[in-house]
Design a protein around this ligand. Structure first.
Ligand code: EPU
Length: 283
């Protein structure tokens, strides 16, 4: 447990004020205890791990939970993988490739944890979490473990409607494939993303949702905003739907830049962009 620790290092944006406390539970039992104690003491909990996240400069009150220790992957019958909530998506894809299991190729290049990806129903042009999830294990706000089949979870665009709680594990329904073929799809897709997205710079992935039948990145480019800057926050020159941290960007810089982009796209393209990025914490 650490106190008043900056949250930047826990986010892909490398931005964020301090948490009152950061806790890394060792296992699911620890998560249950933490949830019960926090509830008894009325202390709010916030789980980090998603990457579509901007934490404001004032940080987060209460306890921030990192599931980095929940990183086991188990194979189950019927080409199912069970991954604990803190498993990184790239690790999971690597595991599936080594076992010749197909079905997760769509997620190549997504940097978040599998738990974060479920909550966000993370997706790309090739697919989304909803296509791969067989079930979810939650620790509810009462500290109970609850297993939900995918059919009981309403998935929408970049959101899963889950009961309040912490996702501690995910079952993924995959299928037997040919290792070289799975690897090729993943590599090609990673190349495409590396060519079109600023993957080597700190960012939070796409900032805006794509409007129906269009691309937010295209609209930002059309509106002349690529390369626009507030402080160290910059609209990527590579992909208009990414804001990158050029060094010491503050959350306030990102928020100001988002407003600038939204205004310009509304004015020039007549489209009101909706945020995909989740903004949390105190200003
Ligand atoms: N485009 C531009 N200018 C730009 C960016 C894109 O003209 O600056 C054009 C491209 O040339 C292309 C079209 O817009 O014709 C679509 O671009 P791209 O293939 O990059 O896909 P996207 O719709 O911009 C979506 C997802 C990404 C995901 C990519 C690739 C959303 C909001 N975006 O982007 O997801 O990586 O497809 O699969 O769903 C994310 O969710 O964080 C994210 C980055």
């Amino acid at each position: 447990m650490s106190f008043h620790a900056p949250l930047g290092p826990f986010t892909s944006f490398k931005i964020g004020g301090p948490a009152d406390a950061i806790v890394e539970p060792a296992d699911v039992e620890d998560v249950r205890k933490l949830v019960r104690q926090a509830r008894a003491g009325r202390i709010p909990l916030f789980v980090v791990g998603g990457t579509n996240l901007l934490i404001r400069d004032g940080g987060i009150r209460g306890i921030v939970v990192s599931l980095a220790q929940l990183r086991a992957i188990k194979e189950e019958a019927g080409d199912v993988l069970y991954a604990e909530g803190g498993v990184g998506m790239p690790t999971l894809i690597g595991h599936a490739i080594r076992r010749s299991l197909a079905g997760l190729e769509w997620a190549a290049g997504i940097p978040g944890t599998v738990g974060g990806c479920v909550v966000m129903n993370a997706g790309t042009r090739l697919g989304e979490m909803k296509d791969s999830v067989k079930g979810v294990r939650l620790v509810t706000i009462n500290g109970d473990v609850k297993d939900l089949p995918a059919a009981a979870i309403p998935f929408t665009y970049r959101r899963a409607k889950l009961p309040k709680g912490i996702v501690v594990g995910v079952w993924l329904q995959l299928r037997k494939g040919v290792r070289a073929e799975i690897e090729k799809v993943v590599k090609d897709y990673l190349h495409y993303r590396k060519d079109t997205q600023p993957l080597t710079m700190p960012s939070a992935g796409c900032v805006f949702k794509n409007p129906p039948q269009d691309s937010a990145g295209r609209l930002v480019e059309f509106s002349g905003l690529k390369g626009a800057r507030v402080g160290d926050a910059e609209v990527s020159t590579k992909h208009g739907n990414f804001i990158v941290n050029k060094g010491q960007a503050k959350a306030a810089d990102v928020v100001a830049l988002i407003q600038k982009v939204r205004r310009a796209v509304k004015q020039k393209a007549g489209v009101r962009l909706e945020l995909e990025l989740k903004i949390v914490g105190e200003a």
